[in-house]
Design a protein around this ligand. Structure first.
Ligand code: UDP
Length: 199
């Protein structure tokens, strides 16, 4: 796949539509796997953290796809002479996956945001995308002792898509640490997207 390095981070050069097509194809053909396909939508802040945070570096080096989340990444690619066409953000990909998921009947599990936001976002998604299956949801302000129960809930639900709104890079680290137990086809961090959907 076409990619370009920005400060050693390998960014996909696919457009939004190409990225969504790739993910849809993967979701239609992949089986549920202990290690979900890990999509990372990286903004300049994450690129900077990559330079010094060795855990994050490992996670990003092993990610299945890194998309340019922010105009700063697109600009940097132009300055380097190997331009990325456009931003491919977590929020846009979430909406795109929900639209496609509504056609295909995919299931989604939503982890993160506060309880009120989580409930409101799932209500809005259910209203807007009636054929999307809600595999489950949990707010993102849990204690360490609750983690095993949440992971078991996700694994039992076997979601096609695990959406993690815990902030960045907390979401990426959470997905990576627990990847062997998640039983989802894909997982990605979405920053404040649930807050946006909740309105
Ligand atoms: N969040 C969470 N648990 C936490 C911290 C943050 O669920 O311990 C949620 C927060 O409610 C929001 C999302 O993570 O829905 C993104 O948070 P924020 O915008 O602060 O993170 P950023 O991605 O900007 O670092």
């Amino acid at each position: 796949r076409p990619s370009t390095q920005i400060m050693n981070v390998p960014f996909s050069k696919w457009t939004f539509v190409q990225t969504l097509e790739h993910l849809s194809d993967m979701l239609e053909h992949a089986s549920h796997r202990p290690h979900p396909y890990h999509l990372i939508t990286a903004n300049p802040e994450i690129v900077m953290k990559y330079q010094t945070d060795s855990e994050l570096r490992t996670i990003m080096d092993e990610a299945d796809l890194i998309t340019p989340d922010g105009s700063g990444i697109v600009l940097a690619s132009r300055w380097q002479g190997d331009p990325i066409a456009e931003r491919v953000t977590g929020c846009d990909l979430l909406i795109g996956l929900l639209e496609q998921g509504n056609r295909q009947g995919w299931s989604f599990y939503f982890l993160g945001a506060d309880e009120h936001t989580s409930q409101l976002a799932v209500d809005k998604i259910t209203a807007q995308y009636s054929r999307v299956r809600i595999a489950g949801r949990h707010h993102g302000f849990f204690q360490a002792g609750e983690e095993d129960t949440i992971i078991a809930d996700i694994a039992a639900a076997q979601p096609d898509v695990l959406v993690v709104a815990l902030g960045a890079p907390a979401a990426e680290k959470w997905i990576y640490r627990h990847r062997a137990q998640l039983n989802a086809k894909m997982a990605f961090g979405v920053g404040g997207s649930l807050d946006i959907i909740a309105g």
